[in-house]
Design a protein around this ligand. Structure first.
Ligand code: ASP
Ligand code: MG
Length: 405
């Protein structure tokens, strides 16, 4: 008899039929004798709809009231899922995050889980119930409702699996698992039987949005092995776990294309100590995270000048420009150039640690395809390049073919 945590995302509970489908699957698993905790997201589109509504009322709604509002999405879904199970004769009880003992800090709309006391969940399981827990939400120690940031139901599932010492954690979504590349863009993409936490983190951070990034970090921290699979078929999914020796034999696990970045270049920055520090401090002060950074060699006669380029989330561009604009007089750069027509292509694999020539092969592949590289950054297990957005998909296919075709 295993204790299983299953998480169903918004599309898996997108309408009454889908919710009945989830109940059927949970019922089948329980019939095998397992104890099951189900975490559900809001029905697809509901969270976005609530955000739109709030913005129609006021442009910057207070975070506390946003949490009060957004938590209703998951509360609807847990009640309907519990009903669907009861309708087919399976005893089931729904719990809000607070009722499930999920205690968070007080940072509304992006709260962090501080601890989970799964006493009530254990009691209900012991009494023979399937327990349905609302994803994405918790409560502060003072009783305020909080939410965990977009996609936070993944985090609820992973954290619950850790707190309950679950034997198995399954993340059900609308894709079959983690692929070597987005199969909608790369026809030859293959589903991976397994992937390490670090590779999954790099891929997720590079635009392959299968799961919330933070939930993978927490899974790594607590050693929660989980499986990503589809609620719409019975295909085996992808197992996400600690890196094993044999994983290094495969040099490249996957490639991803991130279309959500923008590039900023400060042209003619004085090449002096402290300039970069001031620029990035201003950005950090505005809570903007920067991804790639490149500084050119100095140019020009007299006082040496340089160009400083970096990338950030497109959504942060306006905020970044106003933060930097305030530095213009102080730092003394000549102009700011921005480019939103870029794509970041990333190649990920733990095998890069022990294999050489990966970068050369990637650059050569792009050169052969006539694609110009605008920026490069690397980590131990990742190589990212910036290319023109209109060539992004072509670049993704070419690089996938070269390494994984
Ligand atoms: N419903 C929330 C969202 O859309 C949480 C989740 O889906 O995991 O972000
Ligand atoms: Mg979701």
């Amino acid at each position: 008899m295993a204790l299983v945590v299953q998480k169903y995302g918004g599309t898996s509970v997108g309408d009454a039929e889908r919710i009945k489908n989830v109940a059927r699957r949970v019922g089948e698993r329980r019939a095998q004798g397992d104890r099951i905790v189900v975490v559900v997201s809001a029905m697809s589109g509901v969270t976005d709809g609530l955000i739109t509504l709030a913005k129609q009322i006021m442009s910057a709604p207070p975070a506390r009231e946003m949490d009060m509002l957004l938590a209703t999405g998951e509360q609807t879904a847990i009640a309907l899922t519990a009903m669907a199970l009861q309708a087919i004769g399976v005893p089931a009880v729904s719990l809000t995050g607070a009722q499930a003992g999920i205690v968070t800090d007080g940072v509304h709309t992006k709260a962090k889980i501080k601890n989970i006391t799964p006493k009530e969940t254990h009691r209900l399981l012991d009494a023979g119930n399937v327990v349905i827990v609302a994803g994405f939400q918790g409560q502060t120690s003072a009783g305020q409702i909080t939410t965990l940031g977009r996609g936070g139901s993944d985090l609820t599932a992973i954290a619950l699996a850790a707190a309950l010492h679950a034997d198995l954690c399954q993340i059900y979504t609308d894709v079959d698992g983690v692929y070597t590349a987005d199969p909608r863009i790369v026809p030859g993409a293959r589903k991976l039987p397994e992937i390490s936490y670090d590779e999954m983190l790099e891929l997720a951070g590079s635009g392959a949005k299968v799961m919330q990034l933070r939930s993978v970090e927490i899974a790594k921290k607590f050693g929660v092995v989980f499986e990503v699979r589809s609620s719409l078929n019975d295909n085996a999914g992808t197992l996400v776990k600690e890196e094993t020796r044999s994983m290094e034999e495969i040099v490249v696990r996957g490639v991803a294309l991130d279309r959500n970045q923008a590039k900023v270049t400060l042209v003619g920055v004085p090449d002096q100590p402290g300039v970069a520090a001031r620029v990035f401090k201003a950005l950090a002060g505005a809570a903007i995270s920067v991804d790639m950074i490149v500084q050119n060699i100095s140019h020009g006669p007299g006082m040496p000048l340089t160009d400083l380029s970096f990338t950030l989330d497109k959504a942060d561009l306006a905020k970044a420009l106003s933060a930097i604009d305030r530095l213009k007089a102080d730092v003394g750069f000549q102009e700011i150039a921005t480019d939103e027509r870029i794509g970041k292509l990333s190649l990920v694999g733990v095998g890069m640690r022990t294999h050489s020539g990966v970068a050369a092969k990637m650059f050569e592949t792009l050169a052969t395809a006539g694609i110009n590289i605008e920026m490069i950054s690397t980590s131990e297990i990742k190589i990212s390049v910036l290319v023109e957005l209109s060539k992004g998909e072509q670049a993704l296919r070419a690089v996938h073919d070269a390494f994984l075709g």
